[in-house]
Design a protein around this ligand. Sequence first.
Ligand SMILES: Cc1ncc(COP(=O)(O)O)c(C=O)c1O
Length: 411
Amino acid sequence: MLLDSDVLTDRYRRHFGSGRAALGRLIGDLVEVESSGAWITVADGRRVLDFGGYGVYLLGHRHPAVVEAVCDQVRRHPMASRVFLDPVSAGAAAALAEITPGDLDLVHFVNSGAEATECALKLARAQGKTAVITTRAGFHGKTLGALSVTANGVLQQPFRPLLPHIMEVAFGDPAELEVALRATGGHGCFIVEPVQGEGGVNVPPPGYLRDAAELCRRYEALLIVDEVQTGLGRLGRWWGVDADGVVPDMMLVGKGLSGGVMPIAAVVATRESYEPFARDPYLHTSTFAGSPAVCAAARAAIGVIRDEDLTARAAMLGEHLLAGIRTAVARYGGGRVAQVRGRGLLLGLEMASSGLVGELFLNLLERDVLANHSLNAANVLRFTPPAILTTDEVELFLRALAEALEDLTLT
Ligand SMILES: Cc1ncc(COP(=O)(O)O)c(C=O)c1O
C-alpha cells in the first residue's frame, strides 16, 4: 500500500528528523516505488532517468543476473555461520582478486565504503604507519576514522578531535605530497582517489598516481587508492589506477560492487600489507560483512561487467556524454557553467555559484532526470549514469540538459 506523501513526510519528520523531511519537500515530495535499468518509478507512475545514484548503479537498477544470483542465494543460505567455510564469499574474493591489478590478492569484505577506509587505516596503523596524508577535497566516508581523512571542515567540525597525525595536500600535486611524505619519517600512508568524486569530479594530471606510487616507495609509505566511486569500470577501465599502470598496497572498492542490489564493499591488499589481519583474523571483523547474499551480488556484478564489456561501454558512453554536455553548455550555458569535466561515467558541471547547482538540479528533475550534488564541492553538479544506457536515453538526457540550462539562463 502506498502512503500519501503528506503522511510519509510526517513520518520522515517524526522518525528521521526535520532536516531530512524538509529535503524531501524541497524536491517535490517524490516517493520512489520501484526501479529498472536506468529508471526509477515514483508514486504517480512518473519515471525518472537516474543520472545520480552516487556512483552505485553502474549496472543500472535490478540487473537481472544480480537479482537472480541474490534471490537464489537468499532462498538457500543468506547469512553464514561465520564458523564453517563459505564457498560464496571465497568465490567473490577470487573473482575480485582476478580483476584487480598486480598482486592485490587478499580481500577483506566490509559493509560500506567508509568501513573499507576504516579497515585500510587500521591495517596501516597495525604496521606502524600512523601518519596519514590525504588530499584536499578528498572524500573517504563519514565514520570517525574515515572522516579524519575526508577533507571537509563542515562535516568534521562537530566531531573533533579526530584521528591525530593527518596531513592534507593538494590533489594532483606530487611536489606537495613529497614534502608531506618526508615529514612522516617512514611512518606514513597516503590515501587518494584516482579521480575525486565528491570533491567535484577532479581529474589529476596524467602520471599523478605513478608519481605518488614512486614517492610512497621512496619514503616507505603505504599507498591506499580509494576506488570506491571510480572502480569496476566507472572510469572506462576496470580501475582508475589502470590509467597510470599503478599497483597500490591497498585498494578500496564499494558502490558498483553491490551490483546496485546489495550493500558490500571491500579492501583488496597485497600479501605484505594484509599481514596483520592474516595473522589474526579476529583483529577486525563485522557480523554481517561478506555474508553469502551480498557476496552473491558482488560475484554476479563482476561477471556482468566482464560479460557485457561494461568498462568499454562506460568509456564510449562517457566520451559521447562529455562531448554532448560540452556542446549543450556552449550553446545554452550562458556563462553560468565554469567548467565541464570528467572521465568515463563520472562527469561534473562546475557552476559559477553553488546556488546554480540547486537550480539546475531542480530544472533537470522537472524534466525527469536525476543528478547529484557533490558533498565536498558545493558548486559542482555530478552525473554518474549507468553503463547500460541506450542511445535514446543518452539523447533524452542531453535534450533535458539543454532545456534545463536554457531555463537557468533565462531566470
Ligand atoms: C571515494 C569514496 N570513498 C568512500 C566513500 C564512502 O562510502 P560509503 O558511503 O559506502 O560509506 C565514498 C562515498 O561516496 C566515496 O565516494
